[in-house]
Write a protein that binds this ligand. Sequence first.
Ligand code: MIC
Ligand code: SF4
Length: 641
Amino acid sequence: MKQNIVEKILVSHLKEGEYVKGREIGIRIDQTLTQDATGTMAYLQFEAMGLKDIKTDLSVSYVDHNTVQVGFENADDHRYLRTVAARYGVVFSRPGNGICHQVHLERFGKPGTTLLGSDSHTPTGGGIGQVAIGAGGLDVAVAMGGGLFYTAAPKVYLVHLTGELKPWVTAKDVVLKMLELLTTKGNVGVMLEYGGPGVKTLSVPQRATIANMGAEMGVTCSVFPSDSVTKKFMKAQSREDDWTELKADEGAAYDRVIELDLCEIEPLAAAPHSPGNVKKIADLAGTAVDQVCIGSCTNSSYRDMMTVAAILKGHTVTPGLTLGIAPGSRQVLQMLAKNGALADMIGAGARILESACGFCIGNHFSPKSGGVSLRTSNRNFEARSGTADAQVYLVSPEVAALAALTGKFTDPRKSHVKFPEVHEPHEFLADDSMFIKPTAALRKTEVFRGPNIGEPPKNDRMPESLNGEVMIHVGDKVTTDHIMPAGARLKYRSNVPKYAQFVFENVDKTFPDRCLKSKSHNIIVAGESYGQGSSREHAAMCPMFLGVKAVLAKSFERIHAANLINFGIAPLTFSNPADYDQVQKGDKLTCAVWHDAFAKGLPVVLRNERTGAEIDCVCALSERQRGILASGGLLNHTTGK
Ligand code: MIC
Ligand code: SF4
């Protein structure tokens, strides 16, 4: 049979199930990555499951999210992560080494392999030809221990690229165009494969930018072929031996083909407050800008940074505007330092930020009240920047750098700045000294647990019957940033009782307290695409801690639905979406056969005690998932509780 790239990788890793579209399959995971914000819980769960050895080819623990370190919490987390990695045989990437996705692409990503990461932008690895998938920490912990990763055999869309990008048009604009076409919802169960003659015109970091923001469309991953461009990149990273060719068979089939002519794309931006709210830079030109932030796992490669340096060189950032630049990795930062580009940035007045997530996760650099911030990152959800009324636009590094000089949105094609011709280097600076690689001696390390490290929370098995109350009724596209804010609250990630006090902080501050006091089983009612965005399993774990037993929504995003199941919360969808309007906050929803609905796969029907109406729910889960729910989550399920 003729296979596309996705099929080649998935079928060669298939260990359970039949490869039939939409059906659950179990695949072997070759590599895993974690970051510190999701990592502590992932390793605590790894330990709680009694796992002792890493069974993947490679597992890496990065520290890149919580590097601000106000208070002891983050530093203690870092020490736990370093010691637990040493103990179990995980590679540890020390703080300062860079953002997980950028560093993984540079040093570890291998074409044709599977990568599972506890971060929703793990699909960045698709730029180098990996099936790279984001998941909750618990799924990653299972994979580290040699367990399979379960997902539905996907629909595969081919994005057929032709032509070549014009000057000033970038990979960011390609993916914003894709977001305009596919939008941020309705793409669950889809993997994107890029192909066609346009692919060879894109470098690996450009491909990675495009694969990175597939997360914003809700696709499971995006994969590029591995070709001579990939080989060149890997050779320049001194990793030529890791290269293999990867291409679709001639005549391979796809569920949909999207034609995209690179010549026709123009500079774009995602306007507040969604990555899918795409506008033309030409139409925004002249709008005043207060802040510019360049970096994040989307756009912080060597070439991005060199382009920015070339634009800034010899100029000064306009008064009243602040420019922050965070090179994506220590490799990039060191190269900029050595070749003088860093001096050009500093000379222009840029504030050089650590090679970490920083501004992107709202950890620092929040804009002023109502400020317009241009960022090269991937998410502009309301309040994510740390300033509730800020207006965040997502743009290319080129557009960002120009705005820093002019103080306004500037169409680069009309500016007087010369287009910087920057090429990929023949040799990157490959210095792995900030990785701690596992050794037999390190396996004797004692694991350090500071006061911020709590136990993973436990859950009861599903109750026999549901005696529920709707504690909150929210609309469409509620993101995990709405459910579980990060930013200043991020430091409580390892302490669930504390972090749970902030569930829905920016939506309804009374939610946690009401849940804890309630005598019923708590229920969340939501619209379309509930749980968009981050993979943070705390958006399920903390509601579980608050006694939430079900989320009833019009639809769910993939990673969040899987996290809900892992933490024993039933993700139910309305059979009839109109029922959404018939349910109100405070309604009592009951179900006499609740546990058995999952244990035996019976239909789930809820009764609204206020109206007497019956609500038919869809609970389209595999037998494995129903078993997990009935047990009250994956930890109980695997430990036999
Ligand atoms: C994000 O971009 O929202 C994060 C922070 O990287 C998250 C992970 C997290 O919440 O720790 C993600 O994308 O999964
Ligand atoms: Fe870090 Fe931002 Fe990338 Fe998330 S999206 S991994 S916070 S840089």
